[in-house]
Ligand binder design. Structure first.
Ligand SMILES: Cc1cc2nc3c(=O)[nH]c(=O)nc-3n(C[C@H](O)[C@H](O)[C@H](O)COP(=O)(O)O)c2cc1C
Length: 352
């Protein structure tokens, strides 16, 4: 996307710009363009081959509609969702706000999505496409009016989980009341045990890695509980982190006091601290996806040195457009080579 278009999009209300982007991306050919990444970025993790470690974070492609064009931009993997069992509108608009001076976004979308059935159609079509190759994460959540959160996760797992390369259990979005309580000790353990049981019962799911996406706002004691729970229940990976409800004093943009989750540059430090803590608490035994405030190759490198095997981004895409992906990968390759490492894997956790 040229700077002209990027600047044009920035003149539109953020949600309109996003809808238009999805609309235009859907017009693109659904044909995978095979891009070759530098072999230094290739890794096999949890039985999945990642051509590069830079993924698209959940929330951009909520309905699994633009997986191929996003992979064609150079992402190593795309996490779709959050998908809930039933379609839902989400919160009242406006619900996405740009914090231009802070290179950040605040959103309180509230899982607006077309529901699991629509997503299933898209995912099935891709699955039937012989020429498709690509890593897809499926991020699942609960409906706002659901009376049984666990059942919602089990429903999504059972109905769409097998179409992903991995599944992410999102219990950390700040915009669904009560969702983040699922991170509390008793609740998370109950949820995870039921998910693991459902997985064990299904041949189609048994091999699918299960990740849990956590908040950057957790206290140390909660982080310890989650780390122990993840180790005890063979959780395959953790996504660290979702957006934050905290507001640092140095935000300067007009929209800084809007309600919702803050993402982008100001989230980098806290999400990286959480990442490091979890890497230490799990003795580096559980693969981690580092998310939050990445907009350059060196920030990506820092996440990996802090314990992430993979990374994801979203907000940087809003401010820089898709060219940011190639730029980050180029910088990353340079940094790895300069430090004398042979492969991305060798960098994981080096600064913890
Ligand atoms: C507009 C918007 C919508 C989002 N929606 C979701 C979502 O549906 N599910 C989810 O797990 N995370 C969602 N996120 C959080 C991102 O996946 C990511 O964790 C967070 O934005 C931090 O990364 P970033 O600083 O690179 O944007 C959303 C973020 C934004 C900006």
């Amino acid at each position: 996307m040229s700077n002209f278009f990027l600047n044009l999009f920035k003149q539109l209300p953020p949600e309109t710009a996003h809808q238009l982007t999805i609309y235009l991306l859907k017009l693109k050919l659904n044909k995978t363009i095979k891009k070759v990444d530098d072999a230094i970025l290739n890794q096999r993790l949890l039985g999945i081959d990642f051509s590069n470690p830079v993924g698209l974070a959940a929330g951009f492609d909520k309905n699994a509609e633009v997986i191929v064009p996003m992979l064609n931009f150079g992402f190593g993997f795309v996490e779709v969702g959050t998908i809930t069992p039933q379609p839902q509108e989400g919160n009242k608009k406006p619900r996405i706000f740009r914090l231009n001076e802070d290179l950040a976004i605040i959103n309180h979308l509230g899982f607006n999505n077309k529901g699991s059935l629509k997503a299933l159609g898209k995912l099935k079509a891709l699955n039937n496409n012989q020429s498709f190759q690509g890593v897809i994460g499926i991020n699942i959540g609960k409906n706002i009016n659901s009376t049984n959160a666990v059942d919602d996760y089990l429903y999504c797992l059972e109905n769409i989980g097998c179409y992903g390369s991995y599944i992410t259990i999102n219990i950390s979005s700040p915009n669904t009341p009560g969702l983040r309580d699922l991170q509390l000790r008793g609740q998370i353990e109950n949820l995870v045990k039921k998910i693991k049981k459902k997985q064990a019962e299904s041949e189609l799911l048994i091999e699918k890695p299960i990740f849990i996406k956590i908040s950057p706002d957790l206290e140390d004691e909660q982080l310890r509980d989650i780390a122990l729970m993840a180790l005890a229940n063979n959780i395959d990976g953790l996504v660290i982190s979702n957006s934050t409800i905290k507001r640092s004093n140095n935000l300067i943009s007009e929209n800084k006091n809007e309600i919702g989750g803050l993402s982008g540059k100001p989230l980098f430090v806290d999400s990286t601290i959480t990442l490091k803590k979890i890497y230490t608490l799990t003795n580096g035994q559980i693969p981690l996806i580092g998310v939050g405030g990445i907009s350059t190759g060196s920030e990506c490198y820092e996440k990996i040195k802090s314990g992430a095997s993979l990374v994801q981004l979203y907000t940087a895409l809003i401010y820089q457009g898709p060219k940011v992906i190639a730029k980050i990968k180029e910088e990353l390759v340079d940094l790895i080579k300069t430090d004398g490492y042979k492969n991305i894997k060798d960098v994981v956790g080096k600064s913890v």
